[in-house]
Ligand binder design. Structure first.
Ligand SMILES: *[C@@H]1O[C@H](CO)[C@@H](O)[C@H](O)[C@H]1NC(C)=O
Ligand SMILES: *[C@@H]1O[C@H](CO)[C@@H](O)[C@H](O)[C@H]1NC(C)=O
Length: 744
C-alpha cells in the first residue's frame, strides 16, 4: 500500500488495478490446502484464488471416494510437495521390452513425459536400465535437446550385486539440467536368448536415485511395477530474481523476512525465509521469527539467552560480566572488596589454624586425660593401679610402657623384627632393656570408639592370669595406635605344628589332646571366670601358640569382645576367619560364647585330621573342614579321615569320643553346642579317663521356649499376609470385571 501510495498520480489507476490483481492471487482462509494425505502449501492450491498461477494448480479428484491430487488438469498424480526444496514428487512410468522364446518381441512399452513448466531434477534423478541383455536411451528436451543411455549386461543371476547399479544387471546415468520432456527407449542385443530363464525383459526409467535400490529379483519382477517416483523442480515464472524484483507486482516472495534465489534447473526463481525465520515465504506474513532460546543450552550457565527478530544473543547473568575477550562471562568482582575479602580470609584462616590447633590440642589432651581417668575408675583401672603398685619391683607385669621404650625395643619397628601380620595389626619381636624378649602388637585401630573398646579390653586382659593364655605384660597408650606388649612364646603356632609335615609327625595324640584340653580350659576361663565374660571371636590354630614344653597359649585378643553380664548376646559386625566362623553368627550377627565353641570344634577337627580348616586343595564339597568332618562322622568314615600317625590300637575309642565332641561343637544351632566349660570338662575327663558326659546338663530350656514363641509369632504373621493378599487378589478381579459388565 505504502509503495503504491508513492506512485505518481497518473499512474494511480494502474496501481489500483495491479493491487486488485495481486490481492486476487493471495489465498484466503477458505482455501483448502490438503488433498487426502497431501498438504498443499501456497503457491500451490486446489481452487481458483488459492494458487499463484495455473502452473501451481493441484486438482483434487474426489470421484473415486478417496481424494487424489493431480498436477494441474493432467492425469499425473502428485506424491508430495516440498516448499523448502522447491520439489514435487510424481510417479514416472517404467519402459519395458520383453521377448518370447522364439525371440519375438511380445511386449514393449516406450514412455514419454511432458512438463510444460517444471523440470526434472538432475541432482536427484538417475536414468536407469535394468536387464542382462539390455540397453536403453533417454531423449530429453527443454532448453536444448539431449540424449544419453547405458548398457546393462550379466550372464548369471548370482553375478549381480544387490544395491549396486554399475552395469551388472543394472546401469545408471545422470541426466542434464533443464529437461522438461523426455522419451525412453529400451532394447535388447540378443532378445534375451541366453538369460531368458531369469531375465526375459529389459526395463528403463527415470527415478529418484534414493527411492530405487536394485535387487536381483527386479530382473523378473520389475514387470509388475508400473511406476517409480521421480523428482520435479518447480520455480516461479521464468524470470530471474532481479527481473522479478524490478517489477514488484508479480514478485512472489511476499513475506517481509524472505529472500529470493534463482532456480539452478531451468528458468524462474524461488523464495526462502531469511535466516532466523521460518514459514512460508510466499505469503505476506508467512515468515515468522524462530525463538532460538527455546532450544536448550543455547548459552552457557553464566549467561541468559535473549531472542530477537531473526536471531538471539547470550548476555551475562546478573552478577556476571564479560571477561577480557568478551566471549564468556565471569563473576563480577569489586577490586577493593576483593582485597578486604582476601585479607579478611587470610587473617581469619590464620586465626582459625592457630586457635583451632591450640583448642584441638587442649581438647585432645583433656579428652585423653578424661578417657584415661574414666577407664581407670570404671573398668578396674584402679585395681590395675593397685596391682602395679603392689607388684612394683617384684614382678615385671601390668606395666604402662612409654613410646620411647618400645621404639628402642623394636629398633624403631624395624621390618626384620616383624613376627606376623594380621587383620588386626602387626606383631614385632622386641627386647626390653632387661633382655626380656617380648612380642609387641601394633593394633590397626583408627576411630575413637574403637580405642575406648580397646582400652576396656586391655584393662580386663591385664587381669587375666591363666597358664594357657598369652600373658599381656602391659601396653602403651601414648601413641595413636595402641601398642600391646605380650610375653614371647618360643615354639610358634599350633597351626605350624599341625600342618608342617616334619613337625606334625612329632605331635603325638597325647600332645594334641593335652593342647586341646588346655585350650578348652583357657576359653572356658575366658567365658566363665573373668569379671566380664570375654568372647575371643577368633579361635583358630594359628592363634594358639606353643612353648617349648608344648603348653598351649591362647593369643590374639584383637577381635575379642567383653560381654556385659546383663546381656546374653551382642549384635556386632561379623568378624573372624573363614573356615572357623560360626555360621549362625555369620547369618544373624548375634555374637554369643557359642561362636567360640564352634571355632574350637574346628580346632579339634584340625587336630584329629591334620587338615586345614579351609583348603582349596580339596574338592569343592570338602573345602570346609567342619562340613567335611561332620559328614564323615555321619557316614561312619571317621577312621579314613584321621591323621595317620595318631591312630593306634589303644586310642580308637578316645579318638571317637573327641570326634563326637567336635561334632557337637560344630552343631549349626548355637544352642545345640555344649558350653566351653562342658567341653573342657569332657576333654579333661578323657585325659584322666573319667567321663563327664555333658548331654545331661540342660541349661537351655528357657532359651528354647523363647525361640519357640518367636517362631509361633512369625508363623501367624505369615498367615496374615496370605489372607490379605488373597483379599487383594479378589478386589483386583472385581476391578477388571466391572467395566466389562458396564459395557454390556
Ligand atoms: C515425500 O515423499 C518421500 C518418499 O515418498 C519422502 O521420503 C519425503 O519425506 C516426502 N516429503 C514430504 C515433504 O512429505
Ligand atoms: C538380493 O536380495 C533378495 C532379497 O531382498 C534375495 O532374495 C536375493 O537372493 C539377493 N540377490 C543376491 C544376488 O544377493
Amino acid at each position: 500500500m505504502a509503495l503504491h501510495g508513492m506512485l505518481l498520480p497518473q499512474k494511480l489507476l494502474l496501481g489500483a488495478l495491479i493491487l486488485v490483481a495481486t490481492a486476487a492471487s493471495q489465498p484466503d482462509s477458505s482455501c483448502n490446502n490438503t488433498c487426502g494425505n497431501l498438504s498443499i502449501p501456497y503457491p500451490f492450491g486446489t481452487s481458483k484464488g488459492c494458487y499463484l498461477d495455473h502452473s501451481f494448480l493441484i486438482t483434487c479428484n474426489h470421484s473415486s471416494g478417496t481424494p487424489k491430487p493431480f498436477l494441474r488438469s493432467s492425469t499425473i498424480p502428485v506424491l508430495n510437495i516440498s516448499l523448502l526444496d522447491g520439489e514435487l514428487r510424481v510417479p514416472s512410468l517404467v519402459a519395458h521390452d520383453c521377448h518370447s522364446e522364439s525371440g519375438l518381441r511380445v511386449d514393449d512399452f516406450y514412455t514419454w513425459f511432458r512438463m510444460s513448466n517444471f523440470t526434472f531434477s538432475y541432482t536427484k534423478n538417475k536414468f536407469t536400465v535394468v536387464g542382462c541383455d539390455t540397453y536403453g536411451f533417454i531423449y530429453g528436451s527443454g532448453k536444448k535437446n539431449y540424449s544419453t543411455g547405458c548398457t546393462a549386461y550379466c550372464d548369471r543371476v548370482d553375478s549381480v550385486v544387490n544395491g549396486s547399479c554399475s552395469g551388472m544387471g543394472c546401469c545408471q546415468t545422470p541426466i542434464t539440467e533443464g529437461i522438461h520432456n523426455f522419451n525412453l527407449n529400451v532394447y535388447s542385443y540378443k532378445n534375451y536368448s541366453a538369460v531368458r530363464d531369469f531375465n526375459p525383459c529389459g526395463f528403463a526409467f527415470l527415478v529418484e536415485e534414493e527411492a530405487y535400490k536394485f535387487s536381483s529379483l527386479d530382473l523378473k519382477q520389475l514387470q509388475n511395477r508400473k511406476y517409480v517416483p521421480v523428482v520435479l523442480d518447480w520455480a516461479i515464472g521464468n524470470q530471474t530474481c532481479e527481473e522479478a524484483q524490478k517489477n514488484m507486482t508479480g514478485y512472489a516472495c511476499k513475506a517481509k523476512y524472505s529472500y529470493c534465489y534463482n532456480s539452478t534447473n531451468g528458468a524462474g526463481y524461488r523464495c526462502n525465509c531469511s535466516t532466523g525465520f521460518q514459514g512460508n515465504p510466499y505469503l505476506p506474513h508467512g515468515c515468522t521469527d524462530i525463538d532460538e532460546c527455546k532450544t536448550p543450552n543455547r548459552c552457557d550457565y553464566t549467561q541468559t539467552c535473549n531472542n530477537f527478530l531473526g536471531g538471539f544473543n547470550c548476555s551475562c547473568l546478573q552478577g556476571y560480566e564479560y571477561d577480557g575477550r568478551g566471549t564468556s562471562c565471569r563473576a563480577k568482582v569489586n577490586q577493593s572488596k576483593v582485597i578486604t575479602f582476601a585479607l579478611g580470609i587470610s587473617i581469619g584462616l590464620l586465626a582459625l589454624v592457630v586457635g583451632g590447633s591450640w583448642i584441638s590440642w587442649a581438647l585432645k589432651r583433656r579428652k585423653l586425660l578424661k578417657l584415661k581417668e574414666r577407664f581407670f575408675k570404671q573398668n578396674g583401672g584402679l585395681m590395675l593401679q593397685q596391682k602395679l603398685l603392689s607388684h612394683r619391683g617384684s614382678r615385671e607385669t601390668d606395666k604402662i610402657f612409654s613410646v620411647e621404650e618400645l621404639e628402642k625395643a623394636t629398633n624403631n619397628y624395624d621390618k626384620s623384627k616383624v613376627l606376623g601380620q594380621g587383620g588386626y595389626g602387626t606383631v614385632y619381636k622386641g627386647v626390653l632393656p632387661n633382655n626380656k624378649v617380648v612380642a609387641i602388637k601394633k593394633s590397626k585401630i583408627s576411630d575413637q570408639r574403637q580405642i575406648e573398646q580397646f582400652i576396656n579390653e586391655v584393662i580386663v586382659l591385664t587381669q587375666i592370669n591363666h597358664r594357657n593364655v598369652v600373658k599381656l605384660l602391659g601396653c602403651c597408650l601414648e601413641t595413636e595406635v595402641p601398642l600391646l606388649v605380650y610375653e614371647f612364646i618360643t615354639n610358634g603356632t599350633l597351626s605350624d605344628h599341625i600342618h608342617n609335615k616334619s613337625l606334625a609327625s612329632s605331635l603325638s595324640w597325647e600332645k594334641r589332646l593335652k593342647i586341646a584340653t588346655e585350650t578348652a580350659g583357657a576359653l572356658a576361663y575366658l567365658h566363665f571366670s573373668t569379671s566380664m565374660p570375654i568372647i575371643h571371636r577368633d579361635v583358630k590354630t594359628s592363634n594358639i601358640l606353643l612353648d617349648d614344653n608344648y603348653i598351649a597359649k591362647v593369643s590374639d585378643f584383637g577381635a575379642s569382645r567383653l560381654v556385659p553380664l546383663d546381656k546374653k548376646q551382642l549384635t556386632t559386625l561379623v568378624q573372624g576367619t573363614f573356615g572357623y566362623l560360626d555360621p549362625e553368627y555369620f547369618y544373624t550377627n548375634q555374637l554369643t560364647e557359642k561362636s567360640d565353641v564352634y571355632s574350637f570344634g574346628v580346632v579339634l577337627a584340625e587336630l584329629l585330621t591334620g587338615n586345614e580348616a579351609l583348603s582349596f586343595n580339596r574338592p569343592e564339597s570338602d573345602r570346609n573342614l567342619a562340613l567335611y568332618f561332620v559328614s564323615a562322622i555321619e557316614e561312619d568314615r571317621l577312621l579314613q579321615i584321621l591323621e595317620d600317625n595318631i591312630v593306634n590300637e589303644g586310642n580308637i575309642q578316645e579318638l571317637k569320643e573327641v570326634a563326637n565332641l567336635a561334632k557337637k561343637c560344630l552343631s549349626i544351632r548355637g544352642e545345640d553346642r555344649p558350653t566351653m566349660k562342658e567341653v573342657a570338662m569332657e576333654l579333661e575327663g578323657l585325659t584322666i579317663m573319667v567321663k563327664h558326659p555333658w548331654e545331661k546338663v540342660d541349661l537351655h530350656t528357657e532359651e528354647t521356649e523363647f525361640f519357640l514363641d518367636g517362631n509361633t509369632r512369625s508363623f501367624n504373621i505369615d498367615v496374615d499376609i496370605g489372607c490379605s493378599s488373597t483379599t487383594r487378589y479378589d478386589s483386583m478381579m472385581n476391578q477388571v470385571l466391572e467395566p466389562l459388565d458396564d459395557g454390556r
